[in-house]
Design a protein around this ligand. Sequence first.
Ligand SMILES: *Cc1c(COP(=O)(O)O)cnc(C)c1O
Length: 374
Amino acid sequence: MESLNKITISAEALRHNFAVCRHHAGDAGILAMVKADAYGHGMIECAGIFVEEGAVALGVAEVVEGIKLRKAGFTVPVFILAGIINQTSQAAVENNLTPVVVDNSALGELNKYARRAGKEIDIHVKLDAGMGRQGTLPEGIVALVKEIDAYPCLNTKGVLAHFPMADDRQSSNSDDVLETFSSTARLIEKEIPHHCMYHIANSGGLFYVRGAQFDMVRPGISLYGCYPDGETGRQAATKNLLKPAMCFTTSVIQVRNVDKGVGVGYGHSFFTGRPTTVAVIPVGYEDGYLRKLSNTAQVLINGHRAPVIGRISMNLTLIDATDVGPVNVGDQVVLLGPQGSEEITADEIAGWMDTINYEVLCLFGHMNDRVFID
Ligand SMILES: *Cc1c(COP(=O)(O)O)cnc(C)c1O
């Protein structure tokens, strides 16, 4: 039997968003980011859709995710973007995953397993062009590329970097990072006689930073229908709007008529200020509907907004359904997504939770059963 709590993923929305990204990408190939179970949308299904739509590669954070893609039969390059260490070298090589290296520490092991497998492998190098998180600084990059190419079974195929603030269109940071990346690319091309491919753009870089496409782009959040700068991005977009792919729905499991002045739920954090129709839903913090949303979030019933009242508990949440018309057990409740002409967005929920849309999608998607539609 299906759970009452359900995440639905629209394949049509994913395809649409891929097309929007392709439009921005120009001639650059698209590496579709499917890490974190495709931001909670389901890695295997999403990867299938993006590859069908023309993704030239897939991106994950860790080797274990890449192995799942290989087991599912994907043959396109799969990039391990959080990098390879000695312990993960063998599995990366044996599963034909594309290692991203952050420094020289795993090169010996990568070469060893490549030699054992009787093949040469393509390596991409992570440059720290201003992210300040991972990788090698520009001054060390030529030496690292030369060191890689000195190994008989390793070839430097690409150089990548990551923007720290591409979601902030007011900041000049991305122009500085882009300039560092471009000048480092020119230096590599001058010093080393073979041609690398270059890639830097996440969704923010792809949508907001002019000239960040290079040979390949790496959108994530935009493929799933959200803007990297949330509601600001959606408001600013005039055409080719991204379509959110994820909805979170449940059903009413009890309707109660509660008198005025009654404390509801743990801690009586809410007292009814009027005779109140309370709808009980079987969603709680174990479903990713965090306690932080208590007395704050809204849901949709009968196409109208209705507030969460009282404290969200592990498996139950209370809704003030007084103003939404007749409510019955079994009626659909939308926590994320549209109902009628109303919509609750991941950005709105992120605001209530004091976080970003990325975290809302991962949380809801990871903690609930998913079905694909369209
Ligand atoms: C997650 C990630 C991306 C995608 O970022 P979005 O903001 O979701 O588009 C691109 N590149 C790297 C290295 C990443 O880790």
